[in-house]
Design a protein around this ligand. Structure first.
Ligand SMILES: O=P(O)(O)OC[C@H]1O[C@H](OP(=O)(O)OP(=O)(O)O)[C@H](O)[C@@H]1O
Ligand code: HPA
Length: 188
């Protein structure tokens, strides 16, 4: 995609959460995680690539000891609708007996988190919780009623990008979250 088109995608998008809103969501999450994990020696398992920005901004604010690992499972591959989940990198650390918090950018249909939760349980984690920046509201969840354990932001059932979430592999670097407007672009 050329640079003009990519700039147009962002100019034609609708701002959903500005940086101030995201910062206050991060502050709430820091409070909750501190209450729940300060004495638990947790592992934050970051789901690449989408969890990268959120993890960097959030985890550096935590004032208690924690370990960070990552994994990479993908099902969108730059598209705006998901396919089969594929593991690219499994968690490296020994999860047995540990409190694991899976950190990702978005819970959309939830197939990604569901697969990672099952993986952590199969490796005998003592507890497994989910922490996402944003939750998409619709009734197509991988398990009916599936919700993240920690999350402060919501989006309607639209494709969103920014703050780790990509449009066609771009714009993860935006510090705000936007709704993609397909009708204003001739890309899809
Ligand atoms: O709830 P779901 O419907 O499963 O979708 C959420 C997942 O999709 C995105 O990852 P993607 O597959 O695009 O990989 P990426 O992070 O490498 O872009 C996002 O980062 C989540 O991990
Ligand atoms: O709305 C989305 N935006 C970016 N990545 C995603 N992965 C699942 N849903 C989305």
């Amino acid at each position: 995609m050329d640079i003009d088109t990519l700039n147009q995608i962002k100019n034609n998008a609708t701002l959903l959460h500005d940086n101030q809103r995201i910062e206050s969501a991060l502050s709430c999450l820091v409070e909750k995680l501190t209450l729940d994990y300060a004495n638990k020696n947790p592992i934050f398992l970051v789901v690449m690539n989408g969890g990268l920005i959120f993890a960097g901004q959030l985890l550096s604010r935590l004032k208690f000891p924690a370990q960070i690992d990552y994994c990479h499972a993908t099902r969108y591959r730059g598209n705006t609708s998901g396919g089969e989940i594929g593991w690219k990198v499994e968690p490296h650390m020994d999860l047995a007996g540990r409190h694991v918090v899976i950190l990702d950018d978005i819970l959309d249909e939830g197939h990604t988190l569901k697969a990672i939760i099952e993986h952590c349980r199969s490796r005998k984690a003592q507890s497994v919780k989910t922490l996402v920046l944003i939750e998409k509201i619709h009734d197509r969840k991988a398990s009916p009623g599936m919700r993240p354990d920690y999350c402060e932001l919501e989006t309607p059932d639209k494709y969103v990008f920014g703050y780790g979430m990509d449009y066609n592999h771009y714009w993860r670097n935006s510090d705000e979250i936007y709704i993609f407007n397909p009708e204003r672009n001739d890309t899809e």
